[in-house]
Design a protein around this ligand. Structure first.
Ligand code: MN
Length: 502
């Protein structure tokens, strides 16, 4: 294939801090932007679009701070085709500008209210101005996928003559299809400077269009972490990279094993949750429930996994529910060091399915409890709640006090937190800190019924050393449900620890 050789020189421009930050509701502070920029640099991104110079004073401060980090990556600012924006970008100390000018008739007539020749004149003028001030210029056609391709070529040629270092084709509203993307880039690849592709995911085609453009001859792809960005977002870093690496056998410069931690970090800092079924980084991407799949996985993981989870810094997860089979239950029991015979396993599978049929997600704690019942093992709880009191309100720091029996001794502790649940969990952690070192890794609430009297279900993932387990609590009181889930998790982890040491 023609495009394959060209893949070798694929560059990545990450615009999580610009297009990604334009996601409705997202606003990152300077520290968050610095953290993301450092991580993008570490993972191997070539160009970081750090913001848009005209946005605000704060935005320029962030760009300046990122530029002063002396990262390996080129630091870029988005600018409109006005020299004032270029001046503001210079204030931000950036290396380069992503100079964007509308190129479709629709944008030129409705937005700019001018004509094609004046668009070319403006693009040339601003490009020359930026070059005179020592900036690297990526001249970008906005709404290029709906523009007249001959006009686009005219603009690009004028831009190159004015000194543009790179060009960019923006599928601003995500209406490109892979065939057209390939054809357009095949034509543009005859230009003497590198051309970038910038895709949006309005029809779910951003990754496909980006790959097609790269096959056609694009040298750089614009991406964002988790695909965040305006409306349905942009082409995702993790999808583009893993498609190239795994399906086209192209070695990118990206440290793939850090993709998952980068995804989690960006999700946390932006507050944009990643959908469970999202490719590569979604919660379910490496989770398996169906018995027949797990059976295959045990024999050879490639039977039902196109990619090894470790490649992107993840672990495989076997989920138990109504689709669970003998293999998955056996595997999970083995993980907990529980030995059973065939009849006992069959009984445990039945009970797991029964719980799954009721629409319940079967947690590790549930499985252990079922196994104990079937094997008639009597486990004394290691920790037991005696009392919990929580104080909250608009004028007090949320505070909780707990009295807990830990291994038979009475512990009384208090804790504060960002809210009452956090305060209660902090108090529990303090109370058990002397005997065990547990961490709360994940916390999730579902309201099962509607209304303010809804029954809630709380899921937690608790960890101790390198072992983690899931547990659940439920009830009409969110604080009590949370306390129940956390204590259940701690109990189970302490029991595992005891078995290990026994
Ligand atoms: Mn965009």
């Amino acid at each position: 294939m023609r495009g394959i050789a060209l893949f070798d020189s694929v560059h990545l421009l990450d615009t999580t801090l610009r297009d990604g930050e334009q996601t409705p509701g997202v606003s990152l502070c300077l520290d968050d932007k610095l953290t993301i920029a450092r991580n993008l640099d570490t993972i191997g991104i070539d160009v970081i679009e750090a913001g848009s110079s005209a946005t605000s004073e704060g935005e320029r401060r962030s760009m300046k701070a990122i530029s002063s980090e002396n990262l390996k990556a080129e630091i870029c600012s988005y600018v409109r085709a006005v020299t004032g924006d270029v001046d503001l970008a210079l204030d931000g100390d950036v290396d380069s500008i992503h100079l964007v000018i509308p190129v479709s008739d629709l944008h030129i007539r409705s937005k700019l209210k001018c004509d094609n020749p004046s668009v070319v004149r403006t693009a040339v003028e601003v490009t020359e101005y930026a070059k005179d001030h020592g900036l690297i210029v990526e001249l970008s056609g906005e709404d290029a996928s709906r523009a007249d391709i001959d006009f686009l070529a005219t603009l690009y040629k004028a831009g190159i003559d004015a000194g543009a270092d790179r060009l960019c084709f923006c599928d601003t509203v995500g209406v490109l299809v892979p065939e057209k993307s390939f054809q357009v880039f095949e034509r543009l690849s005859s230009l003497p400077v590198p051309v970038s592709v910038h895709c949006h995911d309005d029809f779910g085609l951003a990754t496909s269009n980006t790959i097609a453009a790269l096959r056609g001859g694009a040298s750089q792809a614009h991406v964002t972490v988790n695909g965040i960005g305006e409306r349905s977002g942009n082409a995702c870093l993790e999808e583009v990279v893993m498609t190239l690496e795994s399906l086209y056998d192209v070695k990118t410069k990206i440290r793939c094993e850090e993709l998952y931690s980068l995804s989690r970090m960006v999700s946390r800092l932006t507050g944009i949750q990643v959908a469970p079924n999202k490719a590569i980084v979604g919660e379910n991407a490496f989770s398996h429930e169906a018995g027949i799949h797990v059976h295959g996985l045990l024999a050879d993981s490639s039977t039902y996994e196109p990619l090894r989870p470790e490649t992107v810094g993840r672990k495989r997860r076997i989920v138990l529910g109504k689709h669970a089979g003998r293999s998955s239950v056996e595997l999970a029991l083995r993980e907990f060091g529980i030995d059973c015979d065939k009849i006992q396993i069959a009984e445990i599978v039945d009970r797991v399915k029964e719980l799954g049929e009721k629409g319940k997600r079967v947690t590790d704690a549930d499985l252990q409890a079922i196994a104990e019942m079937v094997l008639s093992i009597q486990m004394e709880p290691k920790v037991r709640l005696e009392e919990v009191t929580v104080v909250g309100g608009n004028k007090v720091t949320p505070t909780a006090s707990v009295r807990i029996m830990v291994n038979g001794s009475d512990m009384l502790e208090a804790g504060t937190g960002t809210g009452p649940v956090d305060a209660a969990i902090n108090a529990i952690k303090k109370a058990v800190s002397g005997v065990t070192d547990v961490r709360l890794e994940e916390y999730h609430v579902d309201a099962i019924t509607g209304g303010t009297d809804a029954v809630v279900e709380v899921w937690v993932t608790m960890a101790m050393a390198d072992r983690s387990i899931t547990a659940r609590g439920a009830g009409a009181d969110i604080i009590m449900a949370s306390v129940e889930a956390v204590l259940e998790g701690i109990n189970r982890l302490m029991q595992l620890e005891e078995e290990k040491n026994a």
